[in-house]
Design a protein around this ligand. Structure first.
Ligand code: BGC
Length: 750
């Protein structure tokens, strides 16, 4: 009996910290709700952007609040939440001042309800100057190391809270299965298991100390649901996703994050099968609330309620749009540039188009969040939180995470690591760019204004000079991704003569959301021409890719000696790249997506049997899954050998566990880390099975010559799929388990 009782207690405790309030707070909340006018309630559901309360509106760049505008928002419109910055982030002190001014004003309102401020701390605290930025989710996924996800989320929570901000619009849980999508770098890549594991851990890390604690922030799951599935890859354009696919690939990361205690969810600005998600009662209420059991706040994305009318054209009037969204289940509207939502919702309530019960439900959730966050105890920036800003260990963490993200794609004749006693030519547009190493959400929304980066941010060129001495480094590059010098093949020729190796830094300049839309995944012609020119100079060419999605390199790959995928890995990207190139770090990142060859070859790793076989006679390109580099690819400076794959049984029954062990040996001459990945393949199923699916991974560290036995325990849930009746089930039958080059079979029965 003991165990079930303990288990029950554990469930109650988790629920108590994450979902519910203390008795005292609950009493206060109920008393407050009773006193609130309808105007005050609708105001709580209204979120405005900083420009609305800033002196000079969008023109403000210094964070100056206009007292009259603030009073209008808080007293006349009873606004419950503020978000965002204008052009760039603020210092910690400035944030503390901004939040204090806002909460002071909130204290002057009739009911003294504090404001909950929200910011996008996507890979570190984006909008506080000198915060520590970590690899974007894509790079985190490449580390295959959950410890970094947890630690980076904790550091982010600390730096947000130090700034006086308690609501983080992260993590992004959209699945990266459309590589054209401009928000691909914000995803954990194409695999469902990685996204749900890492996303769930991030949520726990943000919230698990309890939201009253100065080390925690409320998380916000983004962007529920199907945002990343846009058919043409452009931001906020239609997705057509059959429900079976929605449940198989898009929903699991959200389900896991809800289980992990997430307090808020933000909604996808797009549409699925012709229905804008902001208007979908099915997705917002039936699935999110009833099925997933989500109890927190649902916030719209930017202007998305208005857009039901003026973009999606499903609501004939702006008021219809408000009615549609609120009745579907939106609790708070990121309006955010005016008070139209407030006026329209008031009207709608008076006309009985939105029931008061729906308003009360939404307001209760918002107030619950504020009580949970301790805002009613103390809405002001906390000294204890401020002390957690900019701790030296965050820099170490950023460096280690960036190192483990580095994914070595090619190393012909072991050209890498390079000796430190050679002459290198550093070329390419990202050699002197800081923003091309950090990407979006870096001190500014787009991340492309280097003025706001910390003074000690290094470029690749600088980091290489620091590593091997400036005298050994020449460059043909200039600052500015688009500077013409960066593409000058003539100057490259001259410089190449004196170099032993050419390090070519190419990829993408920072972008976020729609500005990152692209018609083409191929690298821009000028970059391709530059690399081709370098490849004619008789010197080995190493490509360093700093990019947010797999830009095609198919035509420049064969003549490249080495290729390092660096992603957008945050503040220490340049150092991590250089450590790998010159052998101070042995790379261990693994691709979290398939590196495709071309637009016509976009097949994902968890492909179906008919994608595996290529039935054309005029194409000898190999199997149907024939990428440039497969999902999970990543080289090391040492070698690992797998042996002795053993299953605890060849039959798995009911809810039992199957233990799977494998021995991994470092057969090379230097220590290295290695992510051991376990895939399964359901041989026959009622729905065409995937050829392989990642079901578990573990990162280990091995000295030269050392062996370790790695054990995985899986059960039937790890073998499940969504069937034609939309149920997640495991069918009886034969399964194959694959780890490295080893395979074994077992049978599952009920
Ligand atoms: C983005 C969200 C973000 C919000 C607030 C929107 O444009 O889609 O991810 O949280 O802006 O900045």
């Amino acid at each position: 009996m003991r165990k079930p009782i303990l288990a029950l207690l554990a469930i109650i405790c988790v629920t108590a910290t994450n979902a519910q309030l203390t008795k005292a707070d609950e009493q206060k909340l109920n008393a407050l709700l009773k006193q609130m006018t309808i105007e005050e309630k609708v105001g709580q559901m209204t979120q405005v952007t900083f420009a609305v309360i800033a002196k000079g509106g969008w023109g403000d760049t210094e964070g100056n609040i206009d007292p009259a505008a603030l009073k209008k928002a808080l007293s006349d419109y009873h606004v419950g939440s503020v978000l965002n910055v204008n052009a760039h982030g603020f210092s910690v002190d400035k944030w503390n001042e901004v939040i204090t001014t806002i909460q002071d004003e909130a204290q002057k309102t009739r009911l003294k309800i504090p404001i909950v401020y929200g910011l996008d701390g996507m890979h570190g605290q984006t909008y506080t100057l000198n915060s520590t930025l970590f690899p974007h989710n894509l790079g985190m996924a490449a580390t295959r190391n959950p410890e970094y996800v947890k630690a980076a989320a904790k550091a982010t929570a600390n730096e947000l809270r130090a700034s006086g901000v308690r609501w983080n619009f992260a993590p992004v849980l959209d699945i990266g299965r459309q590589p054209l999508w401009s928000r691909f770098p914000e995803t954990y890549g194409e695999d469902v298991y990685i996204a749900k594991t890492m996303g769930g851990l991030a949520v726990r890390s943000y919230e698990e100390d309890g939201l009253k604690n100065p080390t925690a922030v409320a998380s916000c799951l983004k962007h529920y649901l199907g945002y990343s599935g846009a058919r043409n890859g452009k931001d906020r354009t239609p997705a057509y996703i059959p429900e079976i696919e929605l449940r198989e690939y898009y929903l699991p990361s959200f389900r896991e994050a809800v289980k992990s205690g997430a307090s808020t969810v933000m909604i996808n600005s797009g549409e699925i099968n012709g229905e804008p998600v902001h208007a979908s009662k099915y997705l917002l209420t039936d699935v999110l609330r009833k099925e997933l059991g989500f109890q927190g706040v649902v916030v719209s994305d930017w202007e998305d309620i208005k857009r039901l009318h003026d973009r999606h054209n499903v609501a004939a009037t702006p008021r219809d749009a408000v009615v549609m969204a609120v009745n579907a289940g939106i609790d708070m509207s990121m309006v955010p540039t005016d008070f139209s939502f407030y006026d329209l919702l008031l009207e709608a309530v008076k006309l009985k188009e939105v029931p008061i019960s729906r308003i009360d439900e939404a307001v209760k959730r918002i107030l619950t969040l504020k009580f949970k966050l301790g805002l009613f105890d103390n809405p002001y920036p906390e000294a204890a939180a401020k002390a957690n800003f900019g701790k030296p260990e965050y820099q170490t963490l950023a460096l280690n995470a960036a190192r483990e993200a580095m994914t070595l794609l090619k190393n012909k004749n072991n050209i890498l690591p390079l000796s430190k006693n050679i002459k290198v030519l550093v070329a390419g547009p990202s050699a002197q760019s800081i923003s091309a190493l950090n990407g979006c959400w870096s001190y500014t929304w787009q991340g492309n204004n280097e003025q706001w980066y910390p003074a000690d941010s290094k470029t690749i060129l600088q980091a290489i000079k620091d590593k091997i001495g400036a005298a050994n480094v020449t460059t043909t590059t200039a600052k500015g991704f688009n500077a013409v010098e960066n593409y000058n093949t003539e100057s490259l020729k001259g410089a190449a003569d004196k170099a032993d190796v050419i390090i070519m830094c190419i990829g993408e300049e920072a972008y976020a959301e729609s500005p990152g839309n692209t018609r083409e995944l191929a690298l821009p012609d000028e970059q391709v021409e530059l690399v081709k020119a370098a490849q004619l100079m008789g010197k080995p060419v190493i490509l360093v890719l700093t990019e947010g999605r797999p830009r095609f390199i198919t035509n420049i790959e064969p003549a490249s000696s080495g290729i390092l995928m660096a992603y957008w890995s945050g503040r220490k990207t340049a150092e991590a790249i250089t450590d790998v190139l010159f052998g101070d770090y042995n790379p261990d990142g693994r691709l979290p997506f398939t590196y495709h060859k071309s637009m016509g070859e976009i097949v994902l790793y968890d492909r179906k049997p008919t994608e595996e076989v290529r039935e054309v006679f005029n194409d000898n390109a190999g199997s149907g899954y024939d990428p440039l580099y497969p999902f999970g690819w990543g080289l090391s400076y040492t070698t690992f050998e797998y042996s002795d794959l053993q299953l605890s049984s060849t039959t798995l029954k009911g809810d039992a566990k199957l233990n799977i062990t494998v021995t991994v040996k470092n057969t090379g001459s230097r220590a290295g880390k290695h992510a051991v990945e376990l895939y399964t393949h359901d041989l026959y199923a009622s729905i065409t099975p995937s050829m392989k699916r990642l079901r578990a991974f573990q990162k280990i560290s091995l000295n030269a010559g050392e062996s370790k036995q790695v054990t995985f325990a899986i059960d039937r849930n790890d073998l499940a799929f969504v069937n034609a009746q939309l149920k997640t089930i495991t069918e009886a039958g034969e399964f194959e388990v694959m780890i490295g080059d080893k395979k074994a079979k077992f049978n599952y029965s009920y």
